[in-house]
Design a binder for this molecule. Structure first.
Ligand SMILES: Nc1ncnc2c1ncn2[C@@H]1O[C@H](COP(=O)(O)OP(=O)(O)OP(=O)(O)O)[C@@H](O)[C@H]1O
Ligand SMILES: [Mg+2]
Length: 483
């Protein structure tokens, strides 16, 4: 065997209990190279990562790791009550004499984060960070392990393009030093631009390994789903009605400054902006999660008091949060209970919950969204990332909303399921629901919306529609170089 093989996997098979999820996985990873892994939600990508890291014992086959491996897992593994530096050094604290050298850790942490282009103070508590910052800390933590194989499972789902580019140059620097990288992402253009080869997983089996020179995002997507793909976006909706469903007037809350806009029945209104611009804060304010300090929300032309989530639900507002693991879902609970969580009152009869109708409703959603699971009783934490997102959408939908706020609905979702979600948003709007779509994916905003508002520093930085509805205009407004 040649000496520059960092990782050698032969005939790997993995199962959860009696359910086989991976079989016949065979590949070698050379030092200094980047292998991408692509596959639909539930194809087995994260399972492969867990088995390589020793978190999951293979049912059969061999994994020979010739150098230590470190991974950034799809779900955050940070300790919220520790500082950024403490998290980065967790388990491998620097010691100066007998004492932990806090100073040395802080300065090394700072250096690592600076190489990623972020300026978070090492003393910050992780619980106070945004999702993008947490992701950066995860990356810094893994890079700090200085291992020969570094695996990244969806590291850029919450990052902006600029942040992603910094990460990529860091990765290229690591491969130049001889590290081997495994990179997993649903952003197919990214995988193709970064990797040397891409392995396609389909239903737990290898559907091939291809040099990127042979691939385009489209051909890769087709290899993932095993069939030809036609369109990804549904046809645009005709002009929406003139019925104003929701109106924000000079709305202020923490992180939201003087924002005014209107949302019409049957419209998909896009919300663009850089990470941290205040888009999620605006959504949280509309959903009663932030205290309104001044300004008004009107629904169906009448001033609406929204002081709590209950108030928002009463006004038929649904909110698909970007933080599905933190506040969207109860991970330890089964799929069916999660799907009916926000609408439980509908299933109560004489003080008892009707579990049969809960189960039936869940089965309906599982079928219509194609959720990959063993049964409605399966715990949500055992679903793949993309399938968790589908459960979160079903949960919102079950409240029969008239106003639906989506915060990054396709984050971590594969091409096939992404198309299903686009169709879903489209159909919802076609039936008259007013949809607010927050997204960092400009293609998504341009593909679905006729009008996009841009948020910058918590305030409205502009609105684009018609001829102006282009990537260029949105980016320039989000960056503050165009009024
Ligand atoms: N702890 C677990 N117990 C039981 N089944 C599991 C567990 N973890 C994952 N699975 C199942 O194994 C299959 C593969 O899941 P995995 O998380 O590896 O998919 P993935 O390719 O990473 O998907 P995604 O793109 O959505 O992240 C899925 O059907 C999933 O439901
Ligand atoms: Mg995964």
């Amino acid at each position: 065997m040649s000496s520059n093989i960092a990782l050698d996997v032969k005939n790997l098979e993995c199962a959860y209990g009696s359910v086989k999820v991976l079989s016949g996985i065979t590949f070698q990873l050379e030092s200094g190279s980047i292998l991408g892994i692509a596959g639909e939600n539930g194809a087995g990508k994260s399972t492969l990562v867990k088995s390589i890291c020793g978190l999951l014992k293979p049912a059969a086959g061999k994994i020979n790791c010739h150098v230590p491996a470190a991974a950034i897992h799809q779900e955050f593994n940070l300790a919220p009550d520790l500082t950024v530096a403490e998290n980065i050094f967790l388990g491998k604290e620097l010691t100066g004499g007998t004492l932990l050298s806090v100073k040395a850790m802080d300065s090394k942490a700072k250096e690592l984060l600076a190489s990623l282009g972020v300026s978070i103070s090492p003393e910050t508590l992780v619980s106070t960070l945004t999702v993008a910052e947490k992701q950066m800390v995860e990356i810094a933590k893994a890079v700090n392990c200085d291992s020969g194989v570094l695996i990244m499972d969806e590291p850029t789902t919450v990052l902006t393009q600029g942040e992603t580019e910094k990460l990529f140059s860091l990765i290229r620097g690591l491969t130049a030093k001889g590290k081997a990288i495994i990179y997993i992402s649903h952003k197919l253009d990214e995988v193709i631009s970064l990797c040397d080869n891409i392995m396609v997983l389909r239903d737990g089996e290898m559907a091939g390994i291809h040099p990127v020179s042979e691939l385009t995002p489209r051909s890769l997507a087709e290899k993932m789903v095993g069939r030809e793909l036609s369109r990804i976006f549904p046809p645009k909706l005709p002009e929406h009605s003139n019925v104003v469903k929701l109106e924000a007037e000079r709305l202020c809350a923490s992180g939201v400054k003087d924002v005014s806009f209107t949302l019409h029945a049957g419209e998909i209104l896009g919300v663009a902006g850089l990470n941290g611009a205040g888009r999620s804060e605006l959504a949280e304010t509309l959903f009663g999660l932030r205290t309104i300090t001044s300004g008004t929300i009107r629904i169906n032309g009448k001033a609406a008091e929204i002081r709590s989530v209950q108030d928002a639900l009463k006004h038929k507002i649904a909110f698909l949060t970007e933080d599905r693991q933190g506040s969207g879902l109860l991970l330890e609970f089964p799929i069916d209970e999660n799907m009916t969580l926000a609408s439980q009152a509908n299933y109560a009869k004489g003080g008892f919950l009707n579990f049969r109708s809960i189960r039936e409703k869940a089965l309906h959603y599982i079928r219509s969204f194609g959720v990959k699971c063993t049964s409605p009783a399966q715990e949500v934490k055992n679903l793949s990332g993309g399938n968790q997102q589908k459960v979160a959408i079903a949960k919102c939908l079950d409240t029969a909303p008239e106003i639906f706020i989506f915060d990054e609905p396709t984050r971590g979702v594969d091409v096939g399921a992404r198309r299903e979600i686009y169709d879903f948003v489209h159909d919802l709007a076609a039936k008259g629901c007013a949809c607010l779509l927050i997204s960092s994916d400009l293609e998504e905003l341009l593909g679905l919306c006729r009008r996009v508002i841009v948020i910058r520093n918590g305030a409205l930085a502009g609105e684009v529609s018609g001829e102006e509805l282009t990537e260029q205009h949105i980016i320039r407004k989000a960056a503050g170089v165009e009024k």
